[in-house]
Design a protein around this ligand. Structure first.
Ligand SMILES: [Zn+2]
Length: 222
């Protein structure tokens, strides 16, 4: 009897440990966020945001390196180059200041932001909440799939230096398959603040359609 009782206790303890370990791992890998749907045919339309994490089956992208060392998914490179050529022809001097990022780098960015708020005296819970307003939760950043680029004026010291680049992109990026991913009037739908520098490749057909209707990616793919 006693050994049977002991076995039951051990079994319960083991399953409790399994549950807690599982929860801990889930928290570490942010898999508590449901995964986005990925299809190879519509790779350009994947919706990754704070409610839809990069799926585990998302293939490791083949990357192309830019002159400044930033990298992007090879499939967007040609259109990105065409867009940059057009911007330069219009007298601008743009630069991709952020392309592909590994999960590790995204996590570092988040940790740095949280530390910044902690230094200002916020509790760890509040610091995390504030940081998540500015930095995408690791596993939910479009930079981790290589289809997004932050574009600013080369060597700019602040957003003020890049206003002409942002204006050009807002008017023309759709012609090259890129969309302003986080418009100021769609923050509730995208879950992200307005970012005039962050452009996402969706392909020319989708960008053309979205430009016509004024839809953001979440609306377009619904
Ligand atoms: Zn960005």
């Amino acid at each position: 009897m006693r050994s049977k009782h002991l076995m039951t206790c051990l079994a319960i303890a083991a399953s409790l440990i399994a549950v807690f370990t599982g929860a801990w791992f889930a928290a570490q890998t942010d898999t508590t966020i449901p995964q986005a749907t990925y299809s190879e045919q519509q790779w350009n339309l994947i919706v990754v945001n704070r409610w839809n994490a990069i799926p585990d089956d998302y293939p490791t992208p083949t990357l192309t390196e830019l002159d400044n060392g930033e990298r992007v998914d090879a499939r967007i490179y040609e259109d990105l180059q065409r867009m940059f050529d057009a911007m330069r022809a219009d007298g601008l001097d743009p630069e991709v200041t952020a392309g592909f990022r590994t999960r590790k780098v995204q996590r570092q960015l988040m940790d740095e932001k949280i530390a910044e708020y902690r230094e200002q005296g916020l509790s760890s819970k509040d610091a995390k909440e504030q940081a998540e307003q500015w930095v995408a939760i690791p596993g939910t950043s479009e930079h981790e799939i290589g289809l997004a680029v932050d574009i600013n004026t080369r060597n700019s010291t602040g957003a003020a230096d890049s206003q002409d680049v942002y204006a050009w992109l807002a008017d023309n990026a759709w012609q090259y398959g890129f969309i302003l991913r986080y418009p100021s009037d769609k923050t509730d739908i995208t879950g992200n603040m307005y970012e005039p520098w962050h452009y996402r490749y969706v392909g020319i057909d989708a960008a053309y359609a979205m430009h016509g209707t004024g839809q953001c990616l979440e609306e377009y793919t619904r």
